[in-house]
Design a protein. Sequence first.
Lengths: 401, 86
Amino acid sequence: MKKIIKLLIITLLLFIPAFKGVNALDIYLFYGDGCPHCADEEKLLDSYLKSSDDIVVHKYEVWNNKDNAKLVKEVADIMEVKFVGVPYTVIGDKVISGYMDDSTTGEQIKSYINIYRNEEFTDRVGEYIKTGKVIKKDEPAEPKKKEEKVSFKVFGKKYTVNPRTVSLPLISVVLGLVDGFNPCAMWVLLFLITMLFNMKDKKKMWILGLTFILTSGLVYLAFMLSWFNLASLVPKLSLLRFIVALVALGAGIFNINNYIKSLSKDDGCEVVDDKKRKRIINRIIKITSNKKFIFAFFGIILLAATVNLIELMCSIGIPLIYTQILSMNNLSTFRYMIYMLIYIVFFLLDDILIFAISMKTFKVTGISTKYTKYSHLVGGIIMLIIGILMLLKPELLMFNF
Amino acid sequence: MKYVMISAIWCPACIITNTAMDKVVEEKHITVEKLDYDFDDISKYNVGKILPEIIVYKNDEEIGRIIGEKNYKDLCLEIDKYEKDN
């Protein structure tokens, strides 16, 4: 066990230097639907940035969308370059108004992209869209802080890290672990393991069990990606942040209340919804007793997908809040994916351990309900803190790598 | 003294209590009838909403219930209480 923990911590630390090398860049393109010059610019950006995952083009349609039309004027005030028409493009600290052709404006855009990919600058438009904070030219977003480092020991070995660099990986690990202890879908895995024992074929048991766990992870990933895409489609990010903050506060209070209630109850499994449980139990029996492995395999995928979709409502708070924190951090697509994968790995960790131990010992292993009770408390406190920060101090959740 | 333990395959608390119960049975030589919440007929036991549930009988008459997850130590204490009192 100690070895596994050590390995996980080292793996996590290995990610950190890899994140430091590349500069993510956000480009803000204000365009009009049907405008030919805008279409030319979009075409150029699409082909030039095809393989650049670390550059994100945020597009805002201003002819039909009143909010975006207002936003472009506000952005023009901030950038101190008058808005006279579309396309209006912000790259780093530069504004490109209009688009002549690929050889003139196109080349200018490319050169700005290359400059701001490698240079430090304050993303004033991004800051305004996310927080509503107006930063004028030559005024830094925050005074540059001295790099602080923290040292700690893991199994006698000393590690030194920058807290700003580890914040997002750490938050991914902690939220993933807390979310993983959510018992909503765990019962299905335990029942499935017991039924798999009847198959007697170890190879098939491993394949079906791992397929169930991996599909559960993929459903979660799909949910997080959908929410992330939705978040990037909403022009008023501050409104979305406000809604998620309220969800975080509500879920936090709900979880802490659950913990308090559980103090006066016996520790154990609460029996709810007999009909739904029996329906799923019958499906698992049917799948695991199917003579044709291929049917069992696809049956497990379908089962994992439906169970996790249904049970998602039970623990929607943490993944929602986590995705919102990621979307507030202006990362490249590659980094979003890496962080989401870290979250998913730690979310599935308890399932993987339970499954692996059960398969090795041929005996079903369960996590004590005492731990799930504490996970309600820890999860509740974390959600409450994040909810308050999102409302009052959102900049503290933007780790600005 | 007879004990009827009602548990479920999918319930982690039942798995933990079951393991403890097996050890107690081996050491204290008590009689335990194990029933499954989903697959056995348990309608006559009037089981509550928290599993596992252990019903304690003396001369076919119910004298108590042990409800929820119990580790070996807690289960021993509960069982000893019934065994000594009766």
